[in-house]
Design a protein around this ligand. Sequence first.
Ligand code: ATP
Ligand code: MG
Ligand code: FE
Length: 342
Amino acid sequence: MRVLGIETSCDETGVALYDTERGLAADALYSQVAMHAEYGGVVPELASRDHTRRLLPLIQQVLDEAGVARGELDAIAYTAGPGLVGALMVGASTAHGMARALDIPVLGVHHMEGHLLAPMLENAPPGFPFVALLVSGGHTQLVEVHGLGRYTLLGESVDDAAGEAFDKAAKMLGLDYPGGPHVARLAEAGDPGRFRFPRPMTDRPGLDFSFSGLKTHTLTTLRQLEAEGALDGAAQADVARAFEDAVVDTLVIKCRRALDQTGLKRLVVAGGVSANIRLREGLAHECAKRHARAYYPRGRFCTDNGAMIAYVGARRLQAGEHDETGIMKAVPRWPMETLSVP
Ligand code: ATP
Ligand code: MG
Ligand code: FE
């Protein structure tokens, strides 16, 4: 079964072709990051318009690369949510229009289920069950995954997502959007011993997170340094390091708890923040101690992409799921626990 996957939930236009017999045949991405950087964050209206410009050429590019004609597609999957509603509508309407023209099934899939199962596209994919840490721009969640569509939420952020916290800290440090990679780079030069930021919600049991306090802590520290006339490049790097260490440590502590609580030995880490090197090092260390293993998507599938949507769509379409004719879905908020088992 050849499934075209379309991702337009935020600021990345992603398209891929997944073949259930041969695996991933082609994938392409157009990132709007440079366009939004000017505004310090994603501007929803600009995002929708740019998806409209990029999507059809990107679909053609993927079909050409895969050597597949439009008429040879068996189904289409698109991101139906969660995300920016205008951006989602571009993918949803394109998918439904194409599917109607080609007379093939179409299915709206959950963006976070895509992130969650992105490691399944790798060579030695994890088997079920596993614990998943989803750390992206909009989500920080620990999920127990029993199988496709069988998810138990173990914990989540009560305020900002980890990626969002990175982006806000970056802004305070005068770094570009999206801030995660920039903060990480600056932190490399920082002294880990100069400042110690709190590890929120680790002093009590439970698997929820809170990152908004770290944002305030970062701002207060920067203001104080400025008042002392001590806010030079070195101090900024030290603050970046203290911030990154606090976020990473918090995530590692909660992952350790989730593995202990469930007794599972497999940890999947996905979403944009999973690209963070210090997080990977910390989790590798924890996993080694308890003979567990961590699984990641390849670098370009850590952030938004069409491949993860094509993959999840293929698994569900194969099981017979599809949208009703003419009923396209664009759902800004969509809890993952409400997903069905195909
Ligand atoms: P969601 O999937 O929740 O809807 P999103 O799609 O915007 O949100 P992703 O594209 O998966 O999120 O990830 C983007 C986020 O990852 C940004 O917040 C970015 O700062 C962060 N990020 C990327 N690389 C790194 C890194 N090396 N260290 C820390 N954070 C990073
Ligand atoms: Mg993104
Ligand atoms: Fe995402």
